[in-house]
Design a protein. Structure first.
Length: 202
């Protein structure tokens, strides 16, 4: 059976962040080329109602982890949740956005899973059992293509706005699963306390 593709969705202010549609659109494209299923993971606080919209954006299965300890991004907590899901569903590819979350999370996941890591990707395609990714190098003056074998999971972070966003289809159906985070607040070395917006002059 073809291994699934796992995509990481994100939320902001009780709604799906725009990068979620970009990551899901890319996951859906790769899945349609290989016959794989798309599983999407959304971790956060007060996100229980966002599972169905992820199905509408192209996921076959949505895993929603809702916990107050995930109200803001903290690398230890999020990597624990993500790696737990990866250990369960065993994807061939893990996709996330290259933003403040992905810059920290993708290397953590790749290290824990002994996976290939490709960051800041602006294009990707399959060639047989290989995934070929394109990423800018030399300050953006050139492009490099990197391919990796299919013997290990591949962690790929996508440059925001480089990929088309998935269009929502309200007729799509799929499985929405809620699962506990399994986090111990006392065991977390860092705790997220508050998110504040600061106005700057200029």
């Amino acid at each position: 059976m073809t291994q699934p593709i796992l995509a990481l969705a994100e939320s902001a202010d009780g709604r799906l962040a725009s990068v979620s549609a970009e990551v899901l659109g890319t996951a859906r494209k790769l899945a349609d080329e290989s016959g794989a299923a798309v599983i999407v993971l959304l971790a956060g606080h007060e996100v229980s109602a966002l599972g169905e919209p992820l199905i509408h954006l192209g996921a076959d299965r949505a895993i929603v982890v809702n916990d107050p300890l995930l109200a803001g991004y903290e690398g230890g907590a999020y990597s624990t949740v993500v790696n737990g899901v990866i250990d369960d569903v065993k994807p061939s590819i893990f996709l996330c956005a290259l933003n403040d979350v992905g810059r920290d999370l993708a290397p953590r996941v790749a290290h824990r899973q002994n996976a290939h890591l490709a960051g800041d990707c602006v294009d990707l395609r399959r060639e047989g059992d290989k995934l070929v990714v394109s990423r800018p190098v030399w300050g953006g003056s050139a492009m490099a293509e990197v391919s990796s074998r299919g013997d290990r999971m591949q962690v790929v972070s996508l440059r925001p706005k480089a990929f088309p966003r998935a269009e929502a289809d309200a007729a799509r159906t799929g499985e929405v699963e809620s699962r506990p985070a399994g986090l111990d607040a006392d065991a977390l070395p860092v705790k997220f306390l508050e998110k504040a917006s600061v106005e700057t002059g200029g």
